[in-house]
Design a protein around this ligand. Structure first.
Ligand code: ARG
Length: 473
């Protein structure tokens, strides 16, 4: 058959004015059932809420309402058990379900679509789906935070080098470093909660675009689907996809955090660093080099970020030129959102697994922390605090001491007092108290600083802020 051949009669649900059916290509480009079947449970929930409201408003008889409910129960079981026959000719999940309902309960099924359009139906389904996904990702983020907090607690006093420009800067604690990510993932959860609150309005009852002449009760359908209220404008209700874009923006930022952390894991487990080792469960071997242990889960988590960004840019581009209200372009809204949600969810699961399983190698962290004159700032601060030297001058003096240590091939703490006094005579023996990495870290007690006592307090605060049972809405 050529692509232009029509091979069937017009669609039973909208084909009244058509004399022949779509071409094979038209059917393929038009069908969304291949992916929107993921909405089945939400579609059925929306139909139930709509049918009950129609009965309560006297628009549908009790008998028809009951027949619809029973039919929807049956369809739900059929889909869950894999026994439902999805048809591309029926385009999408909405018409697949309605068509099956007609087979099961006859004419009552045809009355379900009273005062409803697929335009408000799909907008409702999609909001319900994204809302569930927000809750699922929030729970995953909480699990990841719990894993990070646990490790941070165990390593509140484990010293590692802190970096800027990936150059050794000042010593920090491993626990402090991990808690930085707990903060990031906490903000991601906050953004998800914000997006959820704005999303939680019901488009159902907006009809195709203009509302309906039937005496429907939009407050009732909104409440029964757990929405806070009906959306105020019918045109906006069917044409808005901000909720999907906000979800994607939020997942894009979250994926950035996952990716940065994954990058650190890759670096930390490399032989040059050797700060951690990842478990067998989250690494792979090489088919050629028997000694290899590759951090593939971290690399793939880092890479999934590209798909999430792509989804955001893709949907922004789909939406940017669309006039009100609904355009079929908007059928292209789903796959990027599904892909972003699936990609992020898998990356979060892998990240939580890697964190739980990883082992730190404190000796390597400690050895690296002492390199690169990481306590130079402590010497400068000491000159300010004890010798009353202005900070800018102290910075210059310290630079000269660092140059001397480099010349001699020793650390700052290994220089003799006489050598240091040769640079500046105000340096006294007490300076040795601040030149070790332990002393440096312990002295960082300002709020938010890296001192082990601070980290222990921060662990407790993070537990009560992030790990207490789910915030109520
Ligand atoms: N499958 C469509 C979508 O995903 C449902 C809405 C169709 N509406 C329409 N007027 N053709 O957007």
């Amino acid at each position: 058959m050529s692509p232009n051949d029509t091979h069937k009669s017009a669609n039973a649900q909208w084909g009244g004015r058509f004399t022949s059916g779509p071409s094979e290509v038209m059917e393929r480009i038009n069908a969304s059932i291949g992916f929107d079947q993921r909405f089945f449970a939400h579609d059925i929930a929306g139909s139930r809420a709509h049918a009950r409201m129609l009965v309560a408003q006297g628009i549908l008889s009790d008998e028809d309402g009951q027949a619809i409910e029973d039919g929807l129960d049956k369809i739900s079981q059929e889909i869950e058990s894999g026994g439902f026959d999805f048809s591309a000719a029926l385009e999408d999940i909405h018409m697949n379900i309605e068509s099956r309902l007609r087979e099961l309960v006859g004419d009552a099924a045809g009355r379900l679509h009273t005062a409803r359009s697929r335009n408000d139906q799909v907008a409702t389904d999609f909001r319900l789906w994204v809302r569930d996904e927000i809750d699922a990702i929030d729970a995953q983020l909480q699990g990841l935070q719990a894993a990070l907090i646990e490790k941070a607690d165990a390593h509140a006093g484990t010293i590692m080098p802190g970096f800027t420009h990936l150059q050794t800067a000042q010593p920090v604690t491993f626990g402090h470093h991990l808690l930085a990510y707990v903060e990031m993932f906490g903000r991601d959860r906050g953004r998800l909660a914000d997006a959820r609150a704005r999303l939680n309005e019901s488009p159902l009852g907006a009809g195709a675009l203009a509302g309906t002449s039937f005496p429907i009760d939009r407050e009732a359908t909104a409440a029964s689907l757990g929405f806070d209220r009906p959306m105020a404008n019918s045109l906006d209700a069917v044409s808005d996809r901000d909720f999907a874009l906000e979800f994607l923006s939020t997942t894009a930022i979250c994926a950035t955090h996952v990716s940065r952390f994954a990058e650190e894991l890759v670096v930390w487990c490399s032989h040059g660093f050797g700060f951690i080792s990842l478990s067998d469960a989250y690494t792979t071997g090489s088919s050629m080099m028997p000694q290899k242990r590759n951090p593939d889960a971290a690399e793939l988590s880092r890479a999934k970020t590209g798909r999430v960004y792509g989804a955001l840019i893709g949907l922004l581009t789909v939406m940017k030129g669309l006039p009100l209200a609904y355009s079929k372009d908007m059928q292209e809204d789903k796959e990027p959102v599904f892909d972003a949600a699936d990609s992020l969810s898998l990356a979060l699961a892998a990240t939580a697994g890697m964190v739980t399983d990883m082992t730190a190698v404190p000796e390597n962290m400690m050895a690296a922390a002492g390199k690169g004159h990481s306590t130079a700032t402590d010497l400068a601060d000491w000159l300010v605090r004890v010798a009353g030297v202005p900070f800018r001058d102290a910075h210059g003096i310290t630079g000269a001491v660092v140059a001397l240590a480099d010349k001699k091939g020793v650390t700052l703490a290994e220089l003799s007092l006489a050598e240091m006094q040769g640079v500046d005579e105000r340096i006294s023996a007490e300076v040795f108290d601040v030149l070790t990495v332990e002393a440096s870290v312990a002295s960082r007690t300002s709020f938010g600083g890296t001192a082990p006592d601070n980290v222990r307090a921060a662990v407790a605060a993070a537990r009560s802020l992030f790990l207490t049972p789910a915030r109520s809405e």
